[in-house]
Design a protein around this ligand. Structure first.
Ligand code: GDP
Ligand code: IMO
Ligand code: MG
Length: 502
């Protein structure tokens, strides 16, 4: 099959190493982000000895934007080389997609590392977990694979918070944020108020009718305050608690010490973020955020281990931007026409959890740099590059203009952010290919020099992002499928992708 590019794969010679950085990421990304960064020679990640990547204890995969960047796919790719995959925050507001051939998995609570049978799984103490949603996912997994991982290789932190029907009902009253309605905020709120239910406490409450009565009483009063008519009956709550106990008693464990022991045995741990840096409760576009700390600082804490274990931290970013739910979005485009419509249609931009259309826009480097400040990525995974095929020119937002002034950070005030106008740099586009052509290109590049063997126009777009952010791109996604990725040669994603184990 002929793939038409000005520079064909075979003739691509100006390899990325020539134009990209050189002090390898190591423990931290050491590239400062001065305005003159673009004028400095960029060093290639390819000089890192491949063997080193495999010996690092804990790695983190994080959404670098407003969520839905393709974290599930990245975790699935790394999982065969990890002993553990751990969710550390959020709940089933997340929807992480994995596509392997004809099979599409949408994970809301189960860590995406489940696709590798050798990978043990933890739902960490920083999570809020809806036991009924988890049950459904486990049933679906068992139907697909015949495996029942709970208590065998899937463990739920005894400290994780339980999402109850009350939390969902309370969340349904949200009119501001455009939440997923899954009870996430109310469950975290209960935890912060120290009235929430943790898995370790379910038995104690279930065995005490007074506690059940006072819990349902409190819930009903709170539902009144937001005008929700439904009621929590104590008998119903009692039977729900009994069911949770029975269903999960073997899976509920002390997972922090479990992971600490594993790390001391030299096993490696993959920490799977949900949502994205711009949805972080402290650092995101508040109040249009989720209710947890989505950033690297919480990755170990929400898993019950210390931050010193982390070495690699991968930021997942689309080659453009999407956002689902309300809140300011400076690079937003129309979904009805032009590039915004192409992103929506070609990228199938509909929420994995709620099915809502995702808002689309050009890549926002201001947000990405903010995300880098918070997370210190050692590598970027650039997803959905294929979706931009055929758009010319491509635009990237390099700064904002606010009330006549250029700024290069995200203002804390939502009102200010709403008034920010994007300042764009334009970049020549590249042709559109069909799914099979992209997969073919990925296969060819994997057997060649990886990212360095991509056509020049694509490499230029990648270099632009690397230059502005100071982060090396370690993998490029060109389709939803596990195989539709192109890694930097010798880098952390330069792994055998063919190990489907389900
Ligand atoms: P997550 O929440 O970060 O795991 O991302 P989601 O699964 O919610 O959304 C990402 C969507 O993009 C899913 O439908 C993926 O199958 C799809 N996807 C991931 N990477 C690529 C890519 O490189 N190209 C295309 N076209 N789709 C991708
Ligand atoms: P993954 O892990 C995209 C958004 C919601 C809403 C806001 C608050 O798949 O990337 P919440 O229900 O968390 O209280 O909603 O956050 N949101 C996400 N957007 N991807 C997600 O997860 C999201 N999880 C929550 O749309 O705007
Ligand atoms: Mg998602």
């Amino acid at each position: 099959m002929q793939i038409h590019f000005t520079n064909s794969l075979a003739s691509a010679s100006g390899c990325l190493c020539a134009m990209v950085p050189r002090d390898l990421p190591g423990l931290h990304n050491r590239f400062p982000m001065h305005a003159d960064a673009r004028n400095r020679p960029f060093q290639s990640i390819q000089t890192r000895p491949p063997a080193l990547w495999g010996t690092l204890p804990a790695s983190v995969v994080l959404g670098a934007q407003w969520g839905d960047e393709g974290k599930g796919k990245a975790i699935d790719q790394l999982a065969p080389h990890s002993d553990w995959a751990v969710r550390f925050q959020g709940g089933n507001n997340a929807g992480h997609t994995i596509v392997v051939g004809e099979t599409t998995l949408k994970m809301h609570l189960l860590p995406s590392g489940i696709t590798s049978r050798g990978c043990k799984l933890v739902l960490g103490c920083g999570m809020v977990i809806d036991p009924w949603v988890l049950d459904r996912e486990l049933v679906e997994w068992a139907e697909l694979t015949g495996e029942r991982p709970e208590g065998e290789r899937l463990f739920i932190s005894e400290r994780a918070a339980v999402i109850l029907p009350f939390h969902r009902l309370y969340d349904s009253a949200d009119k501001l944020v455009g939440t997923t309605g899954r009870g996430i905020g109310p469950a975290y709120r209960d935890r912060t108020e120290r009235v929430g239910l943790r898995f370790v406490d379910v038995g104690k409450v279930a065995g005490n009718p007074d506690a059940v009565n006072s819990m349902s009483d409190r819930m009903n009063k709170q539902l009144d305050t937001v005008g929700v008519q439904d009621r929590i009956e104590p008998e119903q709550l009692q039977s729900e608690l009994n069911w949770i106990l029975e269903r999960y008693s073997e899976a509920i464990q002390s997972t922090g010490p479990m992971l600490d022991d594993a790390l001391s045995r030299g096993e490696n741990v993959l920490l799977e973020g949900a949502q994205g840096a711009m949805l972080d409760i402290d650092q995101g576009t508040y109040p249009f955020v989720t209710s947890s700390v989505t950033c690297r600082a919480n990755a170990t804490h929400g898993a019950g281990i210390h931050p010193g274990h982390i070495d690699q931290c991968f930021g997942i970013t689309k080659a453009y931007t999407t956002r689902v739910g309300n809140g300011p979005f400076p690079t937003e485009l129309s979904l009805e026409e032009g590039p915004g419509k192409q992103m929506s249609v070609v990228g199938h931009e509909f929420g994995t959890t709620t099915g809502r259309p995702r808002r689309t826009g050009w890549l926002d480097l201001v947000a990405l740099k903010e995300s880098q400040r918070l997370n210190g990525y050692s590598g970027l995974v650039l997803t959905k590059l294929d979706v931009l095929g055929g758009l010319d020119p491509l635009k990237v937002c390099v700064s904002y203009e606010l009330d006549g002034n250029r700024i290069d950070h995200i203002p804390a005030s939502t009102d200010d952010l709403s008034r920010c106008q994007p300042v764009y740099e334009e970049h020549p586009g590249f042709p559109s290919l069909d799914v099979d052509e992209w997969i073919e290109m990925a296969a060819e590049s994997r057997s060649g020099e990886g990212i360095a063997s991509l056509p020049q126009t694509i490499r230029d777009y990648i270099s632009l992002i690397e230059d502005h952010t100071g982060i090396p791109v370690v993998s490029v996604g060109v389709g939803p499928d596990r195989m539709a990725s192109i890694a930097s040669s010798g880098g952390p994603f330069d792994v055998d992708l063919s190990e489907a184990t389900f």
